[in-house]
Design a protein around this ligand. Sequence first.
Ligand SMILES: Cc1cc2nc3c(=O)[nH]c(=O)nc-3n(C[C@H](O)[C@H](O)[C@H](O)COP(=O)(O)OP(=O)(O)OC[C@H]3O[C@@H](n4cnc5c(N)ncnc54)[C@H](O)[C@@H]3O)c2cc1C
Length: 460
Amino acid sequence: MSAGATVSLARELRGIVGEDGVLTGAATAPYETDATASRGLRGVPDAVVVPSSAEEVAELVAFACARGVALVPRGGGTGLAGGAVPVEGGVVVSLERLGGVHELTPEAWRLSVGAGVTTATVRRLARENGLFFPPDPGAAEQSHIGGNVATNAGGPHAFKYGNTGTWVTGIEAVVPPGEVVRVGGDQRKDVGGYDIKSLLVGSEGTLGIITAVTLRLLPAPEALLPIVAFFADAESGCAAVAEVIANGIEAAALDFLDGPSLEVVRGAYPEAVPDDAGFVLISEVDGPAEEAARQAAELQACVAETAIRTDTPVPAEVWRWRDGVSGAMSGARGGKVSEDIFVPLPRLADAIRGVHEIGAELDLPTGTWGHAGDGNLHASFLIDPSDPAQLDRANGAADRLFTLAIDLGGGVTGEHGIGWVKRGQLARQWTEGAIVLHEQIKRSFDPANVLNPGKKVARL
Ligand SMILES: Cc1cc2nc3c(=O)[nH]c(=O)nc-3n(C[C@H](O)[C@H](O)[C@H](O)COP(=O)(O)OP(=O)(O)OC[C@H]3O[C@@H](n4cnc5c(N)ncnc54)[C@H](O)[C@@H]3O)c2cc1C
């Protein structure tokens, strides 16, 4: 876009969101990228706007539809698929000012908040009222609930509790040509129409701009009992995961780190890590104290048969340690290309082995970690981002990774979404009919293709 066109676009946008609702100069720099920055993804927005109400968002969408201007919705910018990056320009619409708590009814286990409230705030509000919001994606202090809904984010406790969408009972969103719609709400039952709420969940800013959500909460579990088990290798660790599930033990979380991932955070574990550990299972059992203690004892006995050592650490300490893995992996070489493939549980060890084979063939250090119980791996190829040859090889590795996941009976993303970096990949995984439906749904919400164009496309 020419300098003159940018100035006149900013003037028109100020007419909608006010003088301070349009960011300029250095203030726009943070909106050029998201958590894919370390793999080199960046885009220069034509403008960045920070609307203060759903009505302003509606005016923005109406303006975009009338003028054919692309909008790139943005939450906390922690996405790992490049969905909030203005790769091809466009107006970034940051929902950060929609941060209000609309209604909290602890007695009904319900919370309605603006899309810009952080995940950590939602979890804290629930906790302060004796309740519990289970989704726990790893960048909770920065990510927004709107972004979590838009990506259908998971996290360690998705094993027992499901991804974010499981906890959404209502959505307020702006859809083309500039209408505020409300689907669902705080009621417990509502099956009348097509499930538009679920279409918006995971839509990655391509069907509507989410301005508020109503969430279902749960009474807080009385006990949280983590068990960490170290194994010699991925084969024995993955077999133990399968045993836990087959024995009917209802774990809340069954996460893992493979050997190379364990290596980068070894020093930060609260105790000394056994020298010969090549895989660690980070599990947790929750619930009423007595029942949780019984299940925890069963889980520990089950994994102890093949583990090198089992620990029962303090919950906050072990999850803080686990949350540090992604950053530590990026820091090991300066950057990483990381994809969140999923595979059937019995193929988890094959997937981990396959990731290492790809890394070895392309001469890239690798590490995998993630949500073992869900068969969801964060397979990472470590790079020096200043070396274009490494980045090229890592992108090639990611492509082979998708083939591996699909060949093993899984798919290309378990929780991070398609965004920009996996655009076109669904075509490998889906039938033609499903792809056509996907495209028709996009057209019926957004016929002018102004909402996050180029993102979440099923085929190129
Ligand atoms: C250290 C780290 C750990 C992570 N761990 C996990 C994890 O365990 N599980 C997991 O699932 N993810 C994880 N993530 C990825 C990321 O935090 C999630 O995808 C999160 O849900 C993104 O939320 P956000 O607010 O940052 O969204 P953004 O990155 O800003 O946007 C993500 C996508 O959602 C769209 N979007 C955002 N807000 C809205 C809105 N209000 N309306 C419409 N569309 C919108 C954007 O256009 C984009 O397509 C992790 C990321 C990091 C950096």
